[in-house]
Every structure is written in structure tokens, then in C-alpha cells.
Design a protein around this ligand. Structure first.
Ligand SMILES: [Mg+2]
Length: 261
């Protein structure tokens, strides 16, 4: 456990640190380098699975920090490749299959399709799509019906204790635990002097609102987030540039503001 942590940055991946189309993060590297130089933490918080996050975390040089997996359903500890707990994925699938047939058929989950289809749905390579199917806690999928049908579907699953979270491209079902719950756990453990959170989708809002500074990273592929609590006071800022370019601009500007550069 690191003590005297000055700053922890909590970040969503898809559409935030990682480009929505190309899955690259090069544009954020200048800011990541500065964060590393000042020993700031970067905690990845994503809908991705443990094997996906573990690989990415290593590529980003962030193995010394915990990561939030499957939309906050679990935490991958530093320097490990497995998430403790879990095993609720099968129970989520069972509850899903108890939904009325007409609604059930409108949800196409990662467990309903082949690896090739997951690759098509996500734009991931075949290898990465296989990792995305190795789930411990939650089931993401495409919603193929209307918004009204989605409300009915989500209400049915709620009776079984399932919580549905709408992310950038998938509706994710789990027994709970979200990004902000896990962010609070990590803040309690590390007690950083400052926190920054970055995200682009509704499932990032609570994380953004609960950090010292929240950054809405522009995502031209989706409707902009509504005005957030703390936005008028300047606690929430919005980037002009999308994805990793906006990420770097916001982080460098906040480091300057916090005199941590
Ligand atoms: Mg996102």
C-alpha cells in the first residue's frame, strides 16, 4: 500500500482514456508520463473484465495501482491478474433467462453469442473478444428494443436483485457494485490528498461527482451528459477534444491548477 499519495486519477477507458474507434491511448501519454513522474495513482475503471484490464494495465505501466473491473462489480488488486470473489456471473445469466421471452429476446448478451459476434459488437480483435467473454460478475449486452421495452426488461430483472447500468455502448447487468462504490473503497485505503475522475457516459456520472474534480470527456458518438452537480461551481469540467486527447488536456490543466506539475 502506498502512503502519502498526493493524487489518484480514476478513469473510465472506452471513449475516455482510450479512443472509442481505434482503442489507442497514445494521445494521453504526455499526461500519463507526468502523473508517473509525480507518483500519482491512475486507477482504471471500466466495464472490461479482469483479464482485459490486467493486460491493459500492464501496457499502461499501471500495475502498482488497483483497477475497477466490470463496471465496479469488482476490484483487481495491484500486481495481480485475478479478482477475488466473483462467481456471480452464472447467477446473473440465470436471472436473465427468467425474464419474459419477448423482452429476453431483445437483449443480446456476451454470453448469448459467439466470440466472433462479440468481436463484431465491440470492434475488438478475436483474442480480446475472447477475454471480454471471461466474466466474473456481470453481463453486458446490446439492447435491441425500444426505451420503453428496456424499462420493462430492467423492472423484471430488478425483482431478482439485478441492477442494470447503461454504459457507452452496452447495457450491463449485475448484482450491484458500481464504479463509485469501488472508488470510495480505494480512496479510503490510499487517502489521497486530491482526486480526479474522468468519464464519458452515464455510468461515470457518480464517479465524476464524487471526485475533487470530475472531467466529462467529449464523446461525439453519444448524446452529451446532462448538466452535473458541481458543474456550475467548476468542480466538473468538460473537454472540447474527444477521448485520450481531451483526457490529456484536462489532466495537465488540473495538475497545473493543483500545482502538482
Ligand atoms: Mg466510456
Amino acid at each position: 500500500m502506498k502512503s502519502n499519495t498526493q493524487l489518484i486519477v480514476f478513469t473510465d477507458l472506452d471513449g475516455t482514456l482510450i479512443d472509442h474507434e481505434t482503442y489507442r491511448w497514445d494521445a494521453a501519454q504526455p499526461a500519463l508520463t507526468v502523473l508517473n513522474q509525480i507518483s500519482a495513482g491512475v486507477v482504471l475503471a471500466s466495464s472490461k473484465t479482469t483479464p482485459e484490464i490486467a493486460t491493459l494495465r500492464t501496457s499502461l505501466g499501471l500495475d502498482d495501482w488497483p483497477a475497477i473491473v466490470e463496471n465496479g462489480a469488482g476490484i483487481l488488486p495491484p500486481n495481480e491478474t485475478a479478482t477475488p470473489g466473483g462467481a456471480s456471473y452464472a447467477a446473473v445469466r440465470e436471472a436473465l433467462n427468467r425474464a419474459p421471452e419477448d423482452l429476453r429476446g431483445l437483449f443480446r448478451g456476451f454470453g448469448d453469442v459467439t466470440t466472433t459476434q462479440v468481436a463484431e459488437m465491440t470492434g475488438l480483435s478475436q483474442t480480446d473478444a475472447a477475454l471480454a467473454q471471461q466474466r466474473a460478475f456481470s453481463e453486458p449486452g446490446q439492447w435491441l428494443g425500444t426505451d420503453v421495452q428496456k424499462v420493462a426488461f430492467v423492472d423484471h430483472l430488478k425483482k431478482d436483485g439485478i441492477i442494470a447500468q447503461q454504459g457507452g455502448r452496452f447495457l450491463t447487468l449485475s448484482f450491484g457494485g458500481n464504479k463509485v462504490d469501488q472508488m470510495r473503497t480505494i480512496i479510503d485505503a490510499y487517502k489521497p490528498q486530491h482526486t480526479i475522475a474522468l468519464g464519458d457516459a452515464p455510468n461515470d456520472i457518480q464517479m465524476l461527482e464524487n471526485a475533487d474534480y470530475g472531467v466529462v470527456v467529449a464523446n461525439p458518438n453519444r448524446a452529451p451528459l446532462p448538466p452535473l452537480s458541481g458543474e456550475e461551481a467548476g468542480q466538473i469540467i468538460r473537454t472540447v477534444s474527444a477521448g485520450p486527447t481531451g483526457w490529456a488536456e484536462a489532466v495537465l490543466s488540473l495538475l497545473h491548477k493543483l500545482e502538482l506539475h
